[in-house]
Ligand binder design. Structure first.
Ligand code: 2HA
Ligand code: ZN
Length: 280
């Protein structure tokens, strides 16, 4: 297990996120839907004897699949130091309502408190593209800061972040979905988040953090990094002024579509009637 490529990739993301400052204490969590080849290569090191536990929601399209997930209350900082203490491999049962730990969390514990949101996201993104396998949650400060001053609307939030870096609409052309403040850790917030993940790779939780998804660990980390970098630029701009003198215009965004092979929803390309940041 510990020498496998999947463990190395999972660990690298956790450490990289920690060193970005996105994982104070036990903040954040990571899940990965394992490939059939990985399961085949590693399953003789797993044990199916542990009891089934309730997921707290239902994910029938993930029946029988295996996931690598961080543990509840575990610190991202510690994953590179003791992987088996902090991470589990779980299997989802045939009705998609229960899971069992088949490897890891060797000193006890449960999968991440955000397991319902992770599995519901993994289910809807699998439907979108069977190779979308990674869901990552972090607490990046600039993105969180913006949820106190920008309207909690998908179109405005996306547009203001997009304007901060030309690469943004190329990296996440489907935009950003925003979830208003909710109690974390349960089914309800998972339903709202997975509603966004049906079409988008980025969901912001107001006053809490961000969820992103991707095909592999690098792409998923890179998406979190790109959104947060643009949020940092926006925080700097707003620290100087509540208005912009210059910016990327709707027609500029439209011009990116051909060269980069992307399609941008006109929802995000509204004409602004105000030069004040966050106003339409
Ligand atoms: O694991 O980030 O949202 C701690 C969290 C919960
Ligand atoms: Zn969190």
């Amino acid at each position: 297990m510990l020498n496998s490529k999947v463990v190395k990739g999972f660990t690298k993301l956790c450490s990289d996120g920690f060193y970005q400052g996105w994982h104070e204490r036990n903040g954040g969590n990571l899940s990965y839907r394992m490939t059939a080849e990985e399961v085949e290569a590693l399953k003789d090191q797993w044990c199916e004897d542990r009891p089934w536990a309730e997921i707290g929601t239902e994910v029938p399209e993930l029946a029988g699949e295996y996931f690598m997930v961080t543990g509840s209350g575990k610190y991202m900082r510690n994953i590179e130091l003791d992987f088996a203490d902090n991470v589990a491999v779980i299997r989802v049962n045939e009705s998609g309502t229960k899971y069992k730990i088949v490897w890891g969390l060797v000193n006890g514990g449960r999968p991440t408190s955000e397991l319902p949101t992770h599995l519901m996201n993994l289910e809807v993104i699998k439907r979108r593209d069977p190779e979308l396998r990674v869901v990552y949650h972090a607490h990046p400060a600039n993105t969180i800061a913006l949820t106190f001053v920008l309207p909690l609307k998908d179109d405005v939030f996306t547009r203001e972040i997009w304007e901060m870096a030309t690469e943004c609409p190329v990296v996440f052309p489907q935009g950003i979905g925003v979830v208003e403040w909710m109690v974390p850790g349960g089914r309800e917030i998972g339903v709202k988040t997975s509603e966004i993940m049906k079409t988008k790779n980025v969901a912001v939780w107001a006053h809490h953090g961000m969820f992103v998804c991707g095909h592999d660990f690098d792409e998923t980390f890179g998406l979190m990094h790109t959104v947060e970098k643009s949020a940092e630029i926006l925080v700097k701009v707003m620290s100087m002024s509540d208005r912009k003198r210059n910016t990327i215009q709707p027609d500029d965004f439209r011009a990116l579509q051909g060269p980069f092979g992307i399609r941008l929803d006109e929802e995000f390309l509204y004409e602004k009637h105000s030069d004040r940041i966050g106003e339409k």
